[in-house]
Design a protein around this ligand. Structure first.
Ligand code: GCB
Length: 574
């Protein structure tokens, strides 16, 4: 699926703004035919999570109905029109002018309907029913019946199997767009280098016999090819490679041609880089690189997951200011706008599916696997052309001590590798050496909380344990080890001397201690602090104010003491 874009051949209109909304706690809307239209009880912004908008929506997970009307979208004659949702959490059913277009399960990834032939009459009316209830057969799961063998059972209200708020609503942009009938359907770009020459491999999806013109420009003379082949390799002499600190981008233009004239055009920024696993090292453009950065969340006090561009930019500025070069899209794929910034500003991204807190009891397992397959596929299709994306993460902290986990992840890993043979594939585990899937995955990603959930408040005991634990993983797997989470809650403005749990001083000391130990282990190829910012989660006794305070910046993006530690370690600041 090519991302919607606007040019001579493609039209685009965003439907974002103020939409009508109605809460439907008795689930009456479907029976009463609200798909044809309904009476609102308020207005809500789109995109945004509804939970941050009103007190009665605070913990409400649905159903909720959205409605908007707009003047008809006129597209050039003979073109096709699509209605695309960037992300609706969690289950969406969509009607246009009273006609049910279909439904979609799973938040965080786009879906679309073709609406070329939908009858129009005056203003168009779009209705979306959204529902985000927590259920064991969903991904991520929730309301999982208690079982003593599984970790993290029912600690939260609402009963999520994960530690962040299960925000609901239309959380990313909704657009109408058109493509010419004879279009460029898809584009897959991968890059390599041959000495100083960069190789850009472009593969276009279009019916056989189509003709193309492709151009690669930027940093030197533009390169152009023309002809019937949907596949091309551009050889870029003295290529400017893409990397953190020097994120050079080229511009690729692909035109579909007919009788010597273009009938469609697609533009894509291209970063020329290689990324690979070599023994215990990660190599970027052939040189070892250590990932420094964060696990994050899309979370803001006004819009929930529907961050504004400004809020997003602020997060990137903060990451740059501490000298970070990477992040993980914990625990779901982020907005495409996030990856645009990562491409432009030079961040290496571990792109993660929404499979957080998976459990492997029989109930609902088949459906969870089918959903994970769909989500892995949709994520790779959406994000495969971003130079910033260097690794796929299939899951976060699955309860993989049960035997059913191994075939589950073998299946997903082989799917990911078939769809994208160019990027390493991993998952993030709390099990360490006991995570069986690390035997066939490309890197070892672990979350570590010595000094917090174990040895609380006691760094003198915690840090030697960390050191031993890392060594055992290095010995066992002989692959790059990334500590994808470590940290401590610090309530902003809370101080203690000597450092104690929940103080900014303790968080700073723990992060400092971890970084020093990891720096001594050559097989540790990455350190991601948990988390960039404080974020909202479900209520729990270990989550004061329904907040996770492990951010090194507050939810208001103001720095805590740990920021100084990171600047010293990652930027050499004194
Ligand atoms: C983890 C989870 C993350 C939590 C974090 C914590 O291991 O992956 O989602 O928020 O721990 O703070 O407990």
């Amino acid at each position: 699926m090519i991302r919607p874009q606007k040019n001579r051949f493609r039209k685009l209109r965003a439907l974002d703004g103020r939409w009508e909304f109605r809460k439907d706690p008795m689930d009456l809307g479907l029976r009463k035919g609200w798909g044809k239209g309904f009476k609102k009880d308020r207005f809500l912004p789109v995109p945004a999570s509804w939970n941050e908008q009103a007190q009665d929506l605070w913990d409400y997970l649905g159903p909720g109905w959205y409605q908007t009307t707009f003047r008809p979208f006129s597209s050039p004659r003979g073109s096709r029109t699509f209605l695309r949702f960037g992300s609706v959490h969690y289950h969406a059913t969509v009607w246009l002018n009273g006609l049910r277009l279909g439904s979609h399960e799973g938040g965080h990834l786009p879906f679309q309907f073709e609406v070329t032939d939908i009858p129009r009459k005056g203003m168009d009316r779009l209705v979306v029913r959204v529902e985000g209830l927590l259920r064991p057969d969903r991904v991520p799961p929730g309301n999982v019946p208690f079982h003593p063998k599984d970790a993290f059972n029912n600690q939260f209200n609402p009963p999520a199997s994960f530690d962040f708020f299960p925000y609901c609503g239309i959380q990313r942009e909704v657009v109408l767009y058109s493509t010419p009938k004879e279009s460029v359907r898809d584009l897959t770009v991968s890059t390599r280098s041959d000495g100083p020459t960069g190789l850009v491999h472009v593969q276009v999806a279009a019916p056989e016999g189509s003709e193309f013109r492709m151009k690669l420009s930027g940093h030197g003379r533009p390169l152009q090819v023309e002809g019937p082949s949907p596949e091309t390799v551009f050889r870029v002499p003295q290529a400017k490679l893409w990397a953190p600190g020097s994120p050079s981008l080229y511009g690729l233009t692909v035109e579909r041609m007919k009788n010597g004239r273009p009938v469609d055009r697609v533009d894509l920024p291209v970063g020329i880089r290689t990324f690979e696993v070599h023994g215990e090292k990660l190599l970027l453009n052939g040189k070892p690189i250590s990932l420094k950065g964060f696990g994050r969340h899309e979370d803001s006090p006004r819009l929930g997951r529907g961050l504004t561009d400004r809020e997003r930019q602020k997060d990137f500025r903060n990451m740059l200011a501490v000298g970070a070069n990477s992040y993980r899209t914990s625990h779901y794929p982020y907005s495409e706008k996030d990856l645009d910034l990562a491409d432009r500003l030079g961040f290496l991204v571990i792109d993660e599916t929404p499979a957080v807190g998976l459990f492997f009891r029989k109930e609902g397992l088949k459906k969870r696997l089918a959903l994970c397959r769909q989500m892995t596929r949709d994520m790779i299709e959406r994000d495969k052309n971003h130079p910033s994306v260097v690794m796929w993460s299939l899951a976060n902290e699955p309860h993989s001590h049960r035997p059913a986990a191994l075939p589950f992840f073998k299946d997903l890993a082989s799917l990911a590798r078939t769809l994208d043979p160019t990027r390493p594939v991993t998952l993030v585990s709390y099990l360490g050496t006991k995570e069986a899937s690390f035997s066939f995955l490309d890197t070892v990603c672990v979350n570590r909380y010595f000094g917090w959930y174990s040895e609380p408040g006691d760094l003198a005991k915690a840090l030697p344990r960390l050191s031993k634990d890392l060594d055992s993983m290095g010995r066992r797997f002989k692959k790059p080890v990334l500590v994808t989470e470590f940290g401590a809650d610090a309530i902003p403005g809370s101080h203690a001397d000597p450092p104690a749990l929940f103080s900014e001083e303790y968080q700073a000391a723990l992060i400092d201690g971890y970084l020093r130990i990891m720096a001594r282990k050559p097989f540790v190829a990455g350190a991601h602090v948990w988390n960039l910012n404080d974020f909202r989660t479900a209520q729990a006794t270990h989550r004061p104010n329904g907040m996770n305070y492990k951010g090194v910046f507050g939810r208001d993006r103001k720095p805590k003491k740990a920021v100084r530690v990171l600047k010293r370690a990652w930027k050499g600041d004194r």
